[in-house]
Design a binder for this molecule. Structure first.
Ligand SMILES: Cc1cc2nc3c(=O)[nH]c(=O)nc-3n(C[C@H](O)[C@H](O)[C@H](O)COP(=O)(O)OP(=O)(O)OC[C@H]3O[C@@H](n4cnc5c(N)ncnc54)[C@H](O)[C@@H]3O)c2cc1C
Length: 452
């Protein structure tokens, strides 16, 4: 007899990881996963997992399957090469001794997750419209889907991404309660957390199949570095790294439109984009960049949206997980890592022997207490990484694209500062121990349960 029933809304990387973790740590918890899509598919682009979160993959028993589809860079063997490239002759800014990194094709990663979840199936074509949880904290939470069907559960988890419907409903309800208590300003602030925010940045995501390239091209430095190359410039960057066990070069071209930041994004959030429309952003950049761009065949444009700085991830028996809670800039490659950390902690909490249907809301509060400040700090570091990659922090506000293109505007020392800080903003991943933090979280849960 299951101790209670959970519904997960959303079967992206967060929802799938949460389901897999529940199967392992909370076999006595019944769960169902619902997703709006008619079939689950990730776009063809790269995604990296670093050593900190790789620990979770190992704990979930995914290592063997994942190693078969990854390009895996051992610590210190292949540094991240960081260049300043928005000039005729690029310069190396820094070589970062990178933590261990595992790079994947998203669709291949998702396939491994779905296979691990089997035989459990995701309920597809189920777009959540709304939910209601009884105010007294008892009785089932009722879910309503867009197709008119309903479902119930004891605990609800919104893994439904940056445009989360669960977040919108949660924050609308929190705002209504604030209004009812006469807190008008607070209600307005809570409502501002409902929609995603446009970051002002777009990314062009492209793949180059290496087996289509001539031998002399493959020998070129832009194609034969086994790790990440980050070509940076004022308000832009191009990043390359191999995926699919080295068969494909992943290429991401980021461009900022600072004047559009935090304004509603005018256009589709993802859309096909032609080669010409990508190449025009990198006119005048160094030769290596031109060499890479020669071989792209268009790509997909992503308008990067982020989540506001939420004052809570939890309301009663409902919690936000993954991008629904903390969609962040992509510059640290840590967004999905933070999703897995949420999922891993929650599943262990719900599976804890002292957790019951009546007290699991305590576990959700401890989840919020620990995970929210952590994920928000990573989001802040991602913003700083974006500033460094794009030579646009407050200290470089004076640097115009024209000045930057001269290649002489920054001193050696200024370049070195950018390079060193770029390494520092990644250091938390190397110099932290997820297993130790996990043990501390379990202790905190025990304290909270004892005090409840
Ligand atoms: C350019 C770019 C590069 C990135 N690179 C990295 C990287 O290298 N490493 C890394 O760790 N992270 C990276 N990230 C971040 C990472 O992609 C995200 O953090 C992660 O994919 C979020 O997963 P999610 O499951 O929370 O959300 P999503 O992937 O958005 O999944 C949400 C799911 O919910 C479903 N859904 C939505 N609304 C509803 C509804 N109303 N009802 C039912 N279902 C619904 C959707 O269909 C979808 O399946 C990158 C992001 C970007 C944009």
């Amino acid at each position: 007899m299951p101790k209670f029933k959970v519904v997960i809304v959303g079967a992206g990387l967060s929802g799938l990881a949460f389901g897999i973790a529940l199967q392992k740590y909370a076999p006595d918890v019944d769960f169902e996963i619902y997703d709006a899509a008619s079939q689950l598919s990730e776009i063809g682009a790269g995604v990296g997992i670093q050593q900190r979160t790789w620990t979770i993959m190992q704990e979930l028993g995914m290592e063997e399957a994942l190693l078969k589809i990854t390009e895996h860079w051992e610590e210190s063997t292949y540094p991240i090469v960081h260049r300043k490239s928005d000039q005729a002759e690029g310069v190396e800014v820094h070589r970062m001794n990178m933590e261990r990194n595992y790079a994947f094709h998203r669709a291949e990663l998702q396939k491994v997750f779905m296979e691990k979840l089997l035989p459990r199936q995701v309920h597809l074509s189920k777009r959540l419209e709304s939910y209601a949880q009884p105010e007294d904290g008892t009785g089932p939470i009722e879910l309503r889907f867009q197709d008119g069907t309903t479902a119930t559960c004891d605990y609800l988890f919104g893994c439904d991404g940056v445009r989360s419907r669960v977040r919108a409903v949660m924050y609308s309800q929190l705002a209504e309660r604030a209004e009812a208590a006469g807190k008008v300003q607070e209600a307005a602030e809570l409502r501002a957390m409902m929609p995603p925010l446009f970051s002002g940045a777009v990314v062009h995501r492209c793949l180059i199949r290496k087996d289509t390239l001539p031998a002399e091209t493959l020998a070129h430095s832009a194609f034969n570095h086994p790790g990440i190359v980050l070509y940076g410039g004022k308000n832009k960057h191009l990043i390359t790294y191999p995926i699919s066990s080295g068969r494909i070069l992943n290429v991401g071209g980021g461009v900022d439109f600072p004047e559009k930041e935090s304004k509603p994004y005018d256009g589709p959030w993802t859309a096909p984009v032609s080669r010409e429309d990508i190449v025009k952003h990198f006119k005048g950049w160094e030769q290596d960049v031109q060499e890479v761009l020669k071989y792209i065949d268009g790509g997909i444009l992503w308008a990067i949206h982020i989540t506001g700085r939420l004052p809570t991830y939890v309301d009663g028996r409902v919690a936000l997980v993954g991008d629904a809670a903390h969609a962040m800039m992509h510059h640290l490659g840590s967004g999905s890592g933070q999703c897995y950390e949420d999922a891993w902690m929650l599943a262990q909490f719900l599976g804890n022997a002292n957790i019951t249907k009546d007290n699991a809301a305590v576990a959700l509060r401890v989840y919020d207490e620990i995970r929210r400040p952590f994920a928000q700090r990573v989001a802040d570091l991602s913003v700083r990484a974006a500033e460094l990659h794009h030579f646009k922090g407050p200290e470089l506000a004076w640097l115009t694209p024209e000045l930057s293109a001269t290649g002489t505007a920054l001193t050696q020392e200024q370049l070195m500062n950018v390079g060193e800080e770029t390494e520092q903003v990644r250091a938390w991943r190397d110099h932290s121990d997820l297993v130790e933090e996990n043990a501390a979280a379990m202790t905190r849960l025990a304290e909270a349960l004892a005090a409840a």
